[in-house]
Design a protein. Structure first.
Length: 140
């Protein structure tokens, strides 16, 4: 199993010298495999699906709102951001900055979209679930 550590480099000036501080952002597992197929957890799947549904306007707040509407689960923006960046670092999502708006105080939204690998992962999950539901026979 491999781990990925995301860090940011903070540079501060202290009495005519620069101090470099490495700040950890996240630790994630990568290259999880199940019978040769990539798999993800339920929240990752919900975030990927929400990005696909909301494209081209998929950003953290909208994704949070979509998940709440569809599942009734209320998630923090921080948890949505954590998943978005993990999925981006895993190659399942990509992002770019949208235009800034007055409503957001001049700040830009980070817009997310599925990569080919992200779409393939969702299709694989759908195929597996469909096949398993077809075999499922609940006891009466």
């Amino acid at each position: 199993m491999q781990y990925r550590l995301g860090v940011t480099l903070k540079i501060e000036q202290d009495q005519n010298q620069f101090v470099f501080i490495i700040v950890p952002l996240y630790i994630s597992f990568v290259n999880k495999k199940l019978m040769g197929k990539s798999f993800i957890n339920e929240l990752d799947e919900l975030v990927l699906l929400s990005v696909g549904v909301l494209f081209p306007e998929a950003y953290a707040y909208g994704i949070r709102k979509e998940i709440k509407e569809q599942t009734g689960k209320s998630l923090s923006l921080a948890s949505i951001h954590t998943v978005l960046y993990r999925l981006e670092n895993s190659g399942l999502l990509k992002s770019e900055l949208g235009g800034s708006t007055e409503k957001r105080g001049g700040r830009s939204k980070r817009l997310f979209s599925l990569t080919q690998a992200g779409l393939a992962t969702l299709r694989n999950l759908q195929d597996v679930r469909t096949a398993m539901w077809a075999k499922f026979q609940p006891a009466s």
